[in-house]
Design a binder for this molecule. Structure first.
Ligand SMILES: [Cu+2]
Length: 441
């Protein structure tokens, strides 16, 4: 086997490996989130007066609030966070309330909001409310609008939200942003947008440079080897669910060093809003790929007309992959003196140690070695359906996870019966074992 091909065996192990399951804790949080949830979908039902359809942030919890004389009070703590972004890769990021990205804040236009902020980082920080029109003393810029919040100190932000739209909070310090300090701040409109949607989902786009044998992102790097939606790489990203025939809103938010063209399969969407709020309907035009620039949000809506598991992913080819390094778990691997058999064995032993139970690679031609350029994507596919199994993956085709890497998720458009079956599995809180999976290679 050629050296290049050997390298690809090893890369395959890594790229395939860069992927895994939602923690039980987060899943539990997701189940009990949104006490104000008025409806799951709008199928014939309308939300109660003053209620709104909450946005779901897959793999990230919502921040609960309490009421103090009509003021919605939130408690937010900046702190170091361990985040499992792939089965064998946990990074030491910074975030809020044990989560990276931070928990989602949802309010309604007109609300008065108080955020009691505590700094548990080893250095000073602050909170900036990106896109919100609020008094200068609430703007969260160190030295300009406030004193930096020192380690161990608290700071109280309070303002009325007169806007509607998809906003976010983040530390106003560049390196802290790249350590993961961001979260959604969604302001639902006083009156529902028209047309109304049945599902509302949020995705935060982040990128990380984590060197082999390291767990701490290198915030000075200009090249990124881990790409995440809501803090996890595919196929660890929890699939979005939509009823066949429903209307879906996706809010896509980017805070990193690159712009991401996010593409949806099988459907056309319209951009109905930006980080500045709702866009007039006269500006909507059909698309299926939207460029989400740094510090921007793009809100798109579409009718989920076609059943299937449809990809949602950044279309930059290297963002559809995970680690580009020769990295086997946390050690460098030797590529010399390898044979096909040894390389495959190495993939198998990685699979067992992670553990993802199955290593698959797609068939190759007999004369593959003789074709200049070979291999490209051969040997990158690694099925790990069981490791990333959760109710939302129930019923997907065998080895589905082999086709998902990096900044990628899917929306599963399901007829009522299948949709309801998954929702009831989520309510039971038990992942559903699928049929026995036999390893053919
Ligand atoms: Cu990208």
């Amino acid at each position: 086997m050629s050296g290049t091909r050997r390298r690809f065996f090893q890369d395959a192990a890594i790229l395939g490996a860069g992927l895994l399951g939602l923690s039980k804790r987060l899943q539990a949080q997701e189940e009990k989130r949104m006490p104000m949830r008025p409806r799951e979908t709008n199928h014939g039902r309308t939300p109660a007066e003053g209620a709104f359809l909450p946005m779901m942030t897959p793999d990230v919890a919502d921040l609960p609030h309490e009421l103090d004389g009509g003021v919605k009070v939130f408690h937010l703590m900046a702190e170091p966070v361990k985040r499992k972004i792939a089965p064998f890769k946990t990074i030491e990021a910074w975030g809020y309330n044990g989560s990276c990205p931070g928990p989602t804040i949802q309010v309604q236009q007109g609300d008065r909001v108080r955020v009691v902020f505590e700094n548990r980082l080893p250095e000073s920080t602050s909170l900036h409310w990106h896109g919100l029109e609020i008094p200068i003393e609430q703007d969260g810029v160190p030295y300009i609008s406030q004193k930096p919040v020192a380690p161990g100190e608290k700071y109280v932000y309070e303002f009325r939200v007169h806007q509607e739209g998809t906003f976010f909070y983040h530390a106003h310090s560049a390196m802290q942003e790249m350590m993961g300090q961001i979260g959604f701040f969604v302001a639902h409109p006083e009156k529902d947008y028209k047309p109304r949607v049945d599902h509302d989902y949020g995705l935060i786009l982040q990128e990380w440079a984590v060197l082999p044998s390291n767990t701490v992102p290198n915030t000075a790097a200009m090249e990124f080897n881990w790409l995440t939606f809501n803090g996890v790489s595919a196929p660890m990203t929890t699939p979005l669910l939509a009823r066949l025939g429903s209307r879906v809103r996706l809010r896509i938010l980017n805070l990193g060093m690159d712009h991401h063209p996010v593409h949806l399969h099988g459907h056309q969407f319209v951009v109905t809003g930006t980080e500045g709020g709702r866009a007039p309907e006269s500006s909507w035009c059909p698309m299926n790929t939207v460029l989400v620039g740094v510090a921007q949000a793009r809100v798109v809506e579409f009718e989920a007309k076609y059943p299937g598991a449809w990809m949602i992913h950044c279309h930059l080819p290297h963002h559809m992959m995970n680690s580009m390094m020769d990295l086997l778990r946390d050690r460098q691997i030797q590529t010399a003196d390898q044979t096909d058999v040894k390389a495959l064995n190495q993939m198998e032993s990685l699979a067992r140690s992670v553990p993802f139970q199955h290593v698959h690679h797609a068939p190759i031609a007999q004369d593959a070695e003789g074709v200049p350029g070979f291999p490209q994507d051969a040997f990158m596919e690694m099925g790990m359906d069981e490791v990333v199994e959760k109710p939302e993956t129930y019923g997907l085709p065998k080895n589905w996870s082999a086709g998902m890497m990096g900044m990628m998720t899917m929306i599963r458009v399901l007829p009522d019966r299948e949709y309801d079956a998954i929702v009831s599995r989520k309510k039971m809180g038990s992942p559903s074992r699928q049929e026995e999976h036999h390893h053919e290679s």
